[in-house]
Write a protein that binds this ligand. Structure first.
Ligand code: PMP
Ligand code: GLN
Length: 399
């Protein structure tokens, strides 16, 4: 593999983006999806649905292409999508947003996260507090932004953070508390005490809060609560979401970030030199999605709940211990009872052994902490029920 020149390589090596020899390391999702393709295994690794989302949304994209919505959209996003995002925040959370000042459309939640961290991290002493295990791009972007990652552990089996751990992690060096709720990879939905403490600590240490709420409509037990709705939170909080999970359009990469105008403007300043803009025909389609009726939003969480239960039962029958998720696409299982001592090795062998792909939780942790998760494995439930049943039958060969 070609060597990568320049300072980026040092930063990227620190973030684990390149191997010690300078070769580019694929993300764990790319590696495991390639393994699924090579072995023909059922892919419960990378979190993407195997069914299309709502017909109206797909049709709106087709219509937009047919009607010539194929050139650069405005930098902040098309006005109709900005309005639809503001309406959505009002309708579900009672937040009153000015579409022209408080909303920015991005190339997925991923770009929103990257632009927010690059925009808001100022100097090398800045720290970003994240809950570990964390979505893999968090550590990579923090490293590319030159900031230090400070982690708060989420522990098996309920993955709720300990408030003392949280208090210890947030200091005057903290620039951003980055919160993913519902949480990937654990499926945890944070307790209200956790959300309250995050706001209190951010206020006390003058930190910003960046939230990743891409699974906002996939919470099983109770409606999602954005941190931005808590008293005192709005002025220091940027809220990120995306249409990928809600509308089963992960490949469209239409995301958004909402918050107070000065923070959104700072993100725009960076974002305009990352992608500038993206996805013009998909923007009106996601606007259509955000305006779908309440029945649509109620049904998607219910359908995923059935899938979660099918997957969980299959994993238990196969001999795993299972953590019951309260939201997101994912279920974490402990392969320890099956004799596993190394989740990464277990996941690499699983396709050959039984024809199923999953992701080791160690992929979501810093190298120093990965041993805390050494027997834990993440399975994606966002597949058709018959696929999950087939996967369960295959996994039963492990028992
Ligand atoms: N955050 C989390 C927690 C995710 O699981 C994902 C991926 N699916 C993303 C961000 C990325 O979202 P997008 O595809 O909209 O960039
Ligand atoms: N968010 C998806 C997951 O956690 C994957 C996205 C990606 O491949 N980067 O599985």
């Amino acid at each position: 593999m070609r060597q990568i020149p320049g300072a980026w390589r040092r930063t990227a090596a620190g973030a684990g983006l390149v191997g010690p020899d300078g070769s580019i390391r694929p993300t764990i999702f790319a590696e495991m999806s390639a393994l699924a393709a090579r072995t023909g295994a059922i892919n419960l690794g990378q979190g993407f649905p195997d069914e299309d989302g709502p017909a109206q949304v797909l049709e709106a994209a087709r219509a937009a292409i047919a009607n010539g919505v194929n050139q650069y959209p405005p930098g902040r996003g098309i006005p109709d999508l900005l309005a639809a995002i503001a309406e959505h925040q009002q309708r579900f959370y009672g937040l009153h947003l000015d579409p022209a000042r408080h909303v920015l459309v991005t190339a997925g939640a991923t770009e929103a996260l990257a632009a927010a961290l690059l925009a808001l991290l100022e100097d090398p002493d800045d720290e970003v507090v994240v809950f570990e295990p964390y979505y893999d791009s968090y550590a990579a972007i923090a490293a590319l932004a030159g900031a230090r990652l400070v982690t708060v552990p989420l522990r098996w089996p309920d993955f709720q953070p300990d408030l003392d751990d949280l208090r210890a992690a947030v200091t005057d060096r903290t620039r951003i508390i980055l919160v993913n709720d519902p949480h990937n990879p654990t499926g945890a939905v944070f307790a209200s005490e956790v959300r309250d403490e995050i706001v209190r600590l951010a206020d006390r240490h003058d930190a910003l809060i960046v939230t990743d709420e891409v699974y906002e409509h996939l919470a099983f037990d109770r409606p999602h609560v954005p941190i931005a709705t808590l008293p005192g939170a709005w002025d220091r909080t940027l809220t990120i979401s995306s249409g990928g999970k809600t509308f089963s359009t992960t490949g469209w990469k239409i995301g958004w970030i909402t918050g107070p105008a000065p923070l959104v403007d700072a993100v725009l300043a960076v974002k305009q030199f990352l992608t500038y803009v993206n996805g013009s025909p998909f923007q009106p389609a996601i606007a259509t999605g955000l305006r779908l009726g309440d029945d649509f939003f109620a049904v998607i969480a219910g359908a995923l709940l059935t899938k979660r239960d099918t997957l969980g039962a299959g994993l238990r029958d196969a001999g795993f211990d299972v953590s019951v998720p309260s939201g997101s696409y994912f279920t974490v299982a402990d392969a320890g009872p099956l004799g596993a001592t190394d989740a990464a090795a277990f996941c690499r062998e699983l396709p050959e052994r039984v024809g199923v792909v999953a992701i080791p939780l160690t992929a979501f942790a810093t190298p120093e902490h990965s041993s805390d998760y050494r027997t834990l494995v993440r399975f994606a439930a966002c597949k058709r029920v018959e696929v999950l049943q087939d996967a369960a039958a295959r996994l039963s060969a492990l028992a």
